[in-house]
Design a protein around this ligand. Structure first.
Ligand code: B4P
Length: 190
């Protein structure tokens, strides 16, 4: 079973590369961002709470996203593997993911981290904001807040997997296809 974490700051290309990885490896895509946006669209209580935080560029509480992932893992017990996109975003989420996978006799195979500088992230997200309709892509202040949240709360997750020798950094700047080839090499080395 291949259990891959696609890691990186907002706008690093996680969603973009996830689509290509799923198509090639037949993995189940678990994007906490997408799951939260579905809850918002459905107008659920969880969605309403998440929206208030997401619209400010803040992370949603750990318990909420861990619960969503738990639910999805149990629903796909016979999957060939999973791609975790935008999760874990805190060390607490990483620890919870390890525990959840262990209860299914599984573990993380590799964490692929897309490395992109802040000014490029800002440019990409402002550009996406012109067409995505995502409230969190609309202005520089909000995007900077998301990058700040990443630097303070999410970056330590990389150290967590580095200690487990599962961390593979990849240059996230360049052609989408070239970046995908580098991801394929990291997967082949698992
Ligand atoms: P996410 O949905 O995960 O959104 P994201 O960080 O913006 O990444 P995304 O995958 O969408 O962007 P991508 O890099 O592919 O999170 C949104 C919010 O949800 C968070 O701020 C938080 O509030 C909440 N949330 C989600 N998960 C959570 C968790 N686990 N815990 C707590 N809260 C959570 O693409 C960006 C743009 O770059 C695109 O326009 C793309 O076309 C472009 N691009 C991609 N690759 C490129 C390349 N190589 N060159 C040029 N442009 C490229």
């Amino acid at each position: 079973m291949l259990n891959l974490i696609l890691f990186g700051p907002p706008g690093a290309g996680k969603g973009t590369q996830s689509e290509k990885i799923i198509a090639k490896y037949n993995l189940i895509h678990l994007s906490t961002g997408d799951l939260l946006r579905s809850e918002i669209q459905a107008g659920s209580e969880l969605g309403l709470k998440a929206k208030t935080l997401m619209d400010q560029g803040l992370l949603v509480p750990d318990e909420v996203v861990i619960g969503m992932i738990d639910h999805k893992l149990s629903a796909h017990r016979d999957a060939a593997g999973f791609i975790f996109d935008g999760f874990p975003r805190t060390v607490k989420q990483a620890e919870a993911l390890d525990t959840l996978l262990a209860s299914h006799n599984e573990n993380i195979s590799v964490m692929v981290a897309l490395v992109v500088e802040d000014d490029e992230l800002l440019a990409r997200l402002l550009n996406r904001g012109k067409t995505s309709g995502r409230p969190d892509d609309q202005n520089e202040e909000l995007i900077s807040k998301r990058i700040q949240e990443y630097n303070s709360k999410t970056k330590p997750v990389a150290d967590y997997y580095q200690q487990q020798e599962k961390f593979v950094p990849i240059n996230g700047i360049g052609e989408i296809e070239t970046i995908f080839e580098e991801i394929n090499k990291a997967i082949a080395a698992v």
